[in-house]
Design a protein around this ligand. Structure first.
Ligand code: ZN
Length: 224
């Protein structure tokens, strides 16, 4: 394995949503240099990328947007096609129709190639097993497996770091508050499947999950 890695820098896989933005600020506290990577897979809500861009610009973070249009061609999905509506409820079996096959796998793989070119080993992603919404590529076992695969693939020791892995949405809001960025996360990020910034449309599964966590966190804060 190669040495001489830069542990003072990290690459954050960054969508402009609640989780990855929380990770971005988490990383900013811990690393001298943070580089955000976003992926353009022609997602229905291009606003997602605009959110990502404006957050990085505003808070002075180096930002790159990678072209991943191939993923759109390969995996038509309710997040990439206007004519496929988002299912309101999770299916009894299988993955929800908001799941994009291979998305985290590919994003993390490209992030690893990028990181190695810069001599960086730490790659941060906002996946969480606690609220994983049936997405297999948010699970800890997948991340550990991919970490091993990428290190072997490039003969280079990567560290995929997942600050939110065991946090539910309420705890993720608590972390944002601890980092002093609760209002930024609440007002400037986009998690909504219908493309509404901040508190969102309120009706899609993603908004419901986000709101439930926020309400629970704000209620617990009041009690203390
Ligand atoms: Zn929504």
């Amino acid at each position: 394995m190669q040495e001489l890695k830069n542990k003072k820098a990290a690459v954050v896989v960054f969508s402009g949503g609640q989780d990855s933005t929380t990770c971005l600020f988490w990383a900013k506290k811990r690393y001298e240099t943070v580089i955000a990577l976003s992926f353009d897979y022609q997602q229905k809500h291009i606003k997602e990328l605009e959110c990502a861009k404006s957050i990085c610009k505003k808070y002075g973070i180096e930002h790159h947007i990678m072209d991943m249009s191939l993923l759109n061609q390969l995996a038509p999905n309710s997040l990439t096609r206007a004519d496929i509506p988002v299912d309101e409820n999770a299916p009894a079996q299988g993955t929800p129709n908001t799941f994009v096959d291979g998305r985290n796998h590919l994003f993390l793989s490209y992030a690893a190639v990028f990181a190695k070119q810069r001599g960086i080993s730490d790659i941060i992603t906002g996946v969480s097993q606690s609220d994983f919404s049936g997405y297999p590529d948010c699970r800890d076992i997948f991340i550990k497996s991919l970490n091993t695969t990428l290190s072997l693939a490039m003969d280079y020791q990567f560290d995929i770091i997942t600050p939110l892995m065991w946090l539910d949405k309420k705890e993720t809001w608590a972390l944002a508050d601890e980092l002093g960025v609760l209002d930024i996360i609440r007002n400037e990020t986009l998690t909504c499947y219908n493309g509404v910034i901040g508190d969102g449309c309120g009706n899609c599964p993603s908004c419901k999950l986000r709101k439930k966590g926020l309400d629970a966190y704000l209620a617990s804060k009041k009690d203390n």
